[in-house]
Design a protein. Sequence first.
Length: 180
Amino acid sequence: MALRYILEKEDPQLRKHSRPVTDFNPRLHTLLDDMRETLEHANGYGLAAPQVGVLRRAVIVLDNEKEDKPFSEQVIELINPEIVSFEGEQDGPEGCLSVPGVYGMVKRPMKVTIKAQNRNGQEFTMTREGITARCFCHETEHLEGKLFTDIASRILSDEELEEMAKKEEEEAKKEKEAKH
Ligand code: NI
């Protein structure tokens, strides 16, 4: 496994349409393994193949139903993903490893059902809510060359970011205390 370089906002590759995966071969498996390592290293919540310069329809997303499991078990691999249905609405801050340090308010469905293939080509359907549903939308949009900054209703200010970081810190602290 190896870390891959994550392309940033201005890179034209991020604006291209990705092609379907047709070969479920060792090369795909290496790509997915590298994406896992890269996502964990970058401390992100999702990653799409075009972000590492591969214009193929493959993404990984963390599963919020497995938050207490080790990282490797949290990763959902979605090959040729397609959102088949969605319901509800959530409006919240969203970021992207390709747009470091920037967060914007983005409206997404609360619950999303996605159809995809696994790394061996087997089809499956999965429904998730909250942040994982948000990621299903965000990552599949990367495959169309879209970034969250295209659709954010507004970008958060430095003060708001500070407040968000503070809140996260407090929550982490609370969680730590609860575990003692
Ligand atoms: Ni992204």
